[in-house]
Write a protein that binds this ligand. Structure first.
Ligand code: AMP
Length: 193
């Protein structure tokens, strides 16, 4: 199964991807996680991405497209994958279509987690306080100012991706404001069980 999960920061993409990874035994490919790992390891991509991520802006398309193209080729992604946080621009969506076409593959579903933007800030604040309570380290880009920038990036650059898949009749929207279990059930229904 090859799946794309779309939705703004805090919509629950990470939670649902992790669950689907367990359920289907396919990897969750989070470009955010890959970029954070690159920043931590101070690779050339990490050095390039660091300040951009800290500001809540998007890393250049060609960088992220390169990362995904390589990751999709890894052995554990042969049976499928869940893309979490990619594509985030129409250019990335077109590149993904091209990459998959080249492998005679296609997406099985593109699911949008629809959420009320006003609720996102408090959700992300909750995620930060839960992380602190659990002894973890809060994501640097989960501060209110940076979250606002990330939401702006979503509105201007990623919302068109939702429209891109909608015009291709490839999009299913799920109410991401519902309780997690309800969202899970709705997604499972889209995926046929
Ligand atoms: P995320 O963990 O998905 O919220 O991503 C964290 C940050 O990584 C984003 O705010 C961007 O700076 C960067 N990023 C992740 N995925 C992408 C992408 N597909 N395109 C551009 N930048 C990305």
């Amino acid at each position: 199964m090859r799946l794309v999960l779309l939705g703004p920061p805090g919509a629950g993409k990470g939670t649902q991807s992790a669950r689907l990874q367990e359920k289907y035994g396919i990897p969750q490919l989070s470009t955010g996680d890959m970029l954070r790992a690159a920043v931590k390891a101070a690779t050339p991509i990490g050095l390039q991405a660091k300040a951009i991520m800290a500001a809540g802006s998007l890393v250049p398309d060609e960088v992220v497209i390169g990362i995904v193209a390589e990751r999709i080729d890894a052995p554990d992604a042969k049976r499928g994958f869940i893309l979490d946080g990619f594509p985030r621009t129409v250019k990335q969506a077109e590149a993904l279509a091209e990459i998959l076409r080249g492998k005679n593959m296609s997406l099985d579903a593109v699911i949008e987690l629809k959420v009320d933007e006003a609720a996102l800030l408090s959700r992300i604040e909750k995620r930060a306080s839960e992380t602190v309570a659990g002894g973890g380290v809060v994501r640097h880009d989960d501060s209110p100012e940076v979250v606002r920038a990330r939401l702006d990036a979503y509105r201007t650059q990623t919302a068109p991706v939702v429209a891109y898949y909608a015009t291709k009749n490839a999009l299913t929207s799920v109410d991401g404001m519902a309780p997690i279990a309800t969202v899970s059930t709705a997604i499972d229904k889209v995926l046929g069980g």
